[in-house]
Design a protein around this ligand. Structure first.
Ligand code: PLP
Ligand code: COI
Length: 355
């Protein structure tokens, strides 16, 4: 897939690159930032042409509505480089579309797709050298929009900023992932904003997740807010379970993010001949399957997390360990998806995007 650039993007280059200060062999996730960022302002009822400027702080009025009413949405993407130095993205239009789906729910004006795609493409051409190539690392891309317009009136702002910043990053998790099935707090509710990548969805997770971290878990698996009997998704990833040889994941809804990794995993698994069931999964079913040995795998899927096997899950003060198995679906699916992303394998789905 290739698009022609139509937007004339003005570029102001950084006086000096910071790249030599970064240890590309020891990258954390999202802690170091590349030299440039894309900025696009919404004013007077329209999005202005994006520009690229050195990565730098932004100045806002204390009354900017982002601070008071949390009007903000974001995306998470990764850029990879193949053996021939080609810069690659994975299903970028899906991120662009989802950003606008999120924006609509938060009463943020939708961004022209061409600004997103052309802006991203130009930025990546400039930041090419910032794409790490060691296994498990990538240039993590964070497109986001927030209300920069001011005023204490509780209504949508009249000005917004769209920014894309990039962070050369290593894996999101280090070591074995332990999750806690949550049944007190809820991440989302019917009719709410759970399906949107709204900043506030994450803020609302921090306190319950911290309580779980205090008990030794990394993330929470959310359950439905009504009964807390059915699993939904984790803090930063969709969840898959393998019971016997069937791969299960829950349907997306207005409470759950429609993950791009999730839908790719489903398609790859089906192509591999794996039985996939998209249906509700009760906590009871998971526990029974764990006890009778049919629960073979549990893993999370997301851009940052890629495919992260879950080593154990906790529920009501008891931990249930997942077995260590050969021929795991998680390893197979991770290899298939990362090989497509990094151009180590054919892409029969047309997901790879050459920058
Ligand atoms: N669910 C949540 C809450 C997330 O934050 C993410 C990460 O983006 C995902 C699922 C996975 O989505 P994707 O695969 O599009 O990154
Ligand atoms: C991503 O996977 O890109 C996400 O947005 C998760 C994030 C909360 C780190």
């Amino acid at each position: 897939m290739k698009t022609d650039t139509v937007t004339q993007i003005h570029i102001t280059k950084a006086a000096k690159s910071k790249i030599k200060d970064v240890d590309f062999n020891n990258l954390n996730f999202g802690q170091e930032f590349s030299d440039h960022m894309l900025v696009c302002d919404y004013k007077d009822g329209q999005w202005e042409t994006p520009k690229i400027v050195p990565y730098q702080p932004i100045t806002l009025e204390p009354s900017a509505k982002i601070f008071h009413y949390g009007q903000s949405v974001f995306e998470g993407m990764k850029a990879y480089k193949d053996a021939n130095d080609n810069v690659l993205l994975f299903r970028p239009m899906d991120n662009c579309k989802r950003l606008n789906i999120s924006s609509k729910r938060l009463a943020i004006p939708e961004l022209p797709e061409v600004y997103f795609m052309d802006g991203l493409t130009e930025l990546l051409k400039l930041e090419k050298d910032w794409i790490p190539t060691s296994e498990g690392s990538a240039l993590y891309i964070r497109p986001f929009i927030f209300a920069s317009g001011q005023g204490f009136h509780a209504s949508p702002a009249n000005a917004y900023k769209f920014i894309i910043a990039c962070a050369p990053s290593g894996p999101y998790f280090s070591g074995k992932v332990k999750v806690l099935i949550e049944e007190t707090y809820s991440r989302s509710a019917n009719g709410g904003v759970g399906f949107a990548k709204a900043g506030g969805n994450y803020a609302g997770q921090f306190y319950p997740t911290q309580l779980a971290k205090d008990k030794g878990y990394h993330q929470v698996i959310w359950t439905d807010d009504n009964t807390h009997e059915y699993i939904e998704e984790a803090g930063a990833m969709n969840v898959f379970a393998r019971i016997n040889d069937t791969l299960l994941t829950v349907p997306v809804s207005d409470r759950i993010l429609d993950g791009i990794t999730r839908k790719s995993v489903i398609e790859i698994a089906e192509t591999e001949g794996i039985d996939v069931e998209i249906r509700k999964i009760s906590v009871k079913e998971l526990i029974e399957a764990s006890q009778n040995g049919s629960l073979k795998e549990l893993f999370g899927a997301g851009t940052a997390a890629v495919i992260s096997p879950i080593a154990s899950f906790g529920y009501r003060d008891q931990d249930y360990d997942l077995p260590v198995i050969e021929n795991s679906y998680a390893s197979l699916l991770k290899k298939r998806i990362t090989d497509i992303q990094t151009n180590k394998a054919e892409d029969p789905f047309g997901w790879r995007f050459n920058v």
